[in-house]
Design a protein around this ligand. Structure first.
Ligand code: PBG
Length: 349
């Protein structure tokens, strides 16, 4: 071998002759699109995506959400159309959030329990029209329905009362199951919520309704645009029940508790700023792990793309791929339909 001694790795014993080049060339596996596709370790598929949707009471036309360009508050009719579009594109499921009229909000969130409240009515309509064609999921939380905007009921001192809230979640879970949800998603971060929801569902004969636990849910500024989407009245923040962004191990504790309480699926939220947490959870969970690319993550891409500062479609696919690579099997994303379209040419690739 001219030019010195190749050692079988990239280490090279320099001599006075020209360097012959590296032995190991990782770039060989990047040479063509077909080669890159062959060796790709992470694939996106529309079936792994879940579309979060909003249904709002008292509107006759779908309403845009200014903080979430491209996302709508739906009427029951437009919600069914949006769900059908998602199904046609192969999207795996939909997660429904209800937005009641202001006059229907109260201290305990009664509109979330009412069988014909906005969310339960929408679930009933979707299940009637779509049957088992998709997986119908419902947000199980009080913040959209309370006049104070917190995820639970308050005690006399104005604090969120964990155990009193659990009683309301139990009723809400049964109401959502009766309305047709295949999966309920308790998102309020009350201690013991999965156990209470599971017991209530079982007692009411809904053994087949699954629980998607919001297991590691951080108190994040990235929920800002969502608060407009659900017309939230929250003052203050949720730091006494959602997790501190500074903490990592705590998510493993939350996971252990949720699994012990019977969670069928677990979720990490937000997604992109918490890939370390997602990887931790995915490494040990023995149920499917989901991640939620939340409203603020969506908005950051939209705002930058609207300014021409980055390529929206590449950013969408890259962020979703990264969330999958870190360990999410399922991703809740406002881009579910858009991404399914982008993937159209390479589904199953
Ligand atoms: C609570 C809930 C929130 C989100 C999903 N479920 C808001 C919150 O915790 O403050 C946020 C989702 C998003 O930002 O896209 N019902």
């Amino acid at each position: 071998m001219p030019g010195g001694t190749r050692t079988g790795t990239d280490s090279y014993q320099a001599t006075d002759v020209a360097y012959p080049g590296p032995v190991d060339r990782p770039r060989r596996l990047r040479t063509t699109p077909a080669m890159r596709r062959l060796v790709a370790q992470t694939r996106l598929h529309p079936a792994d995506l879940v579309l979060p949707v909003f249904v709002r009471d008292g509107i006759s036309e779908p309403a845009p959400i200014s903080s979430m360009p491209g996302v709508l508050q739906h009427t029951p009719d437009s919600l069914v159309e949006a769900a059908r579009e998602a199904i046609d594109l192969g999207v795996g499921g939909i997660m429904v959030f209800g937005v009641p009229r202001d006059v229907d909000k109260d201290a305990v969130g009664s509109a979330g329990l009412a069988p014909y409240g906005v969310l339960n009515a929408a679930l009933r309509r979707l299940r009637d029209e779509l049957g088992d064609e998709t997986v119908l999921m419902s947000d199980l939380c009080l913040d959209e329905f309370t006049d104070h905007g917190h995820c639970g009921v308050l005690d006399d001192a104005g604090r969120v009362d964990n155990d009193a809230t659990l009683q309301v979640y139990a009723q809400m879970a049964v109401a959502q199951a009766r309305a047709g949800a295949h999966v309920v998603g308790p998102s309020g971060m009350m201690d013991g919520q999965v156990a209470v929801v599971r017991a209530a569902l079982d007692a009411a004969g809904h053994q087949d309704v699954a629980v998607l636990a919001y297991t590691a849910k951080y108190a994040s500024a990235a929920y800002g645009p969502f608060r407009e989407a659900v017309a939230s009245t929250l003052k203050g923040d949720r730091s006494t029940y959602q997790q501190d962004p500074a903490n990592r191990t705590e998510s493993l504790r939350e996971l252990r508790l949720d699994l012990a309480q019977g969670a069928d699926l677990v979720m990490v939220k937000p997604a992109l700023p918490y890939l370390d947490v997602l990887a931790d959870v995915a490494a040990v969970a023995d149920v499917p792990v989901a991640a939620y690319q939340v409203s603020g993550e969506y908005l950051m891409i939209e705002a930058a793309a609207a300014n021409g500062w980055l390529d929206r479609d590449r950013m969408v696919l890259e962020t979703l791929t990264s969330i999958r690579r870190a360990g999410a099997q399922l991703i809740l994303t406002y881009y579910a339909v858009h991404a399914a379209r982008l993937l159209g040419g390479r589904v199953g690739a």
